[in-house]
Design a binder for this molecule. Structure first.
Ligand SMILES: [Zn+2]
Length: 263
């Protein structure tokens, strides 16, 4: 299975940043990197990056490379923005499909989008069609994920964290795995999942939001997501168990009870 992961833009693309300075490409490239790691655990998967840390690769070049490589899927990774500048209240995650009829793109979008919403708990803005170059000029199924708004203060703070980047990457990879029914390599190392530090799980969203707010006030980046009927408050996600253990220990010293989920 040939999968293109396309991190939108480049380091120096003007305008694509949060009001407090995070460049969109910083988020996009790291999510692509983590999603690649995750997908390479599966059989018969090849990954191509169409972006570069050296320059903002022109869109035509990206789609030409994907087409001539014979990719089976093109997944473009982005963070969103709204308004003329400064913070505003527009938030959430949306996934785009081509405007032309493409049932495979629609199916891929539906798997990836659902995983993103489940994993992050952010507002579901739905799946939309748009005449974007990377969706129009690619010859294979193609989707574009907008993983949160750089212009929404809380989402911008999440977009900066390794924890949220890992969570988005994991979700995108899981959606692709589901879509293609990929099978794990027998030799896949079990340690490439993520260790999520969970601080609470509640039936009422309000209680989870209150705890998240309290933790934010103490300098932790948290997010709340719905899992098996409970609103869970996540304070961090790590590839290394030792890092999750150390965050959990720190939280326990401050009086919180913690639980580490491995996914
Ligand atoms: Zn973008």
């Amino acid at each position: 299975m040939k999968i293109v992961l396309d991190a939108g833009h480049g380091y120096n693309t003007s305008g694509k940043r949060t009001p407090d300075g995070m460049r969109e490409y910083e988020f996009n490239r790291v999510v692509a990197q983590y999603a690649r790691q995750e997908l390479l655990r599966y059989q018969n998967v090849e990954i191509l990056f169409t972006h570069s840390d050296d320059r903002d690769v022109p869109l035509q070049e990206r789609t030409n490379r994907a087409n001539s490589w014979g990719a089976n899927a093109f997944v473009s990774i982005h963070a969103n923005a709204y308004g003329a500048g400064g913070w505003n209240s527009v938030q959430g995650i949306e996934t785009y499909t081509p405007t032309v009829d493409s049932p495979n793109s629609d199916r891929l979008a539906s798997s990836v989008h659902r995983k993103l919403i489940q994993a992050t708990g952010r507002r579901d803005r739905g799946i939309k069609s748009e005449n974007f170059h990377v969706l129009r000029e690619t010859t294979m199924r193609a989707i574009l994920c907008e993983c949160g708004f750089m212009t929404h203060y809380q989402e911008a703070q999440l977009l900066k964290t390794d924890s949220y980047r890992r969570t988005c990457a994991h979700a995108i990879a899981e959606g692709i795995v589901e879509h293609f029914s990929l099978k794990l390599k027998p030799t896949a190392p079990p340690s490439t999942g993520i260790y999520k530090v969970q601080v609470g799980a509640f039936k009422a969203k309000e209680n989870a939001d209150n705890l998240a707010k309290e933790l934010n006030g103490r300098g932790y980046s948290t997010f709340v997501y719905l899992d098996q009927g409970l609103y869970k408050v996540q304070a961090g996600a790590f590839a290394q168990k030792a890092n999750a253990d150390s965050l959990a220990a720190q939280l326990r010293r401050q009086g919180y009870s913690t639980f580490i989920n491995y996914e």
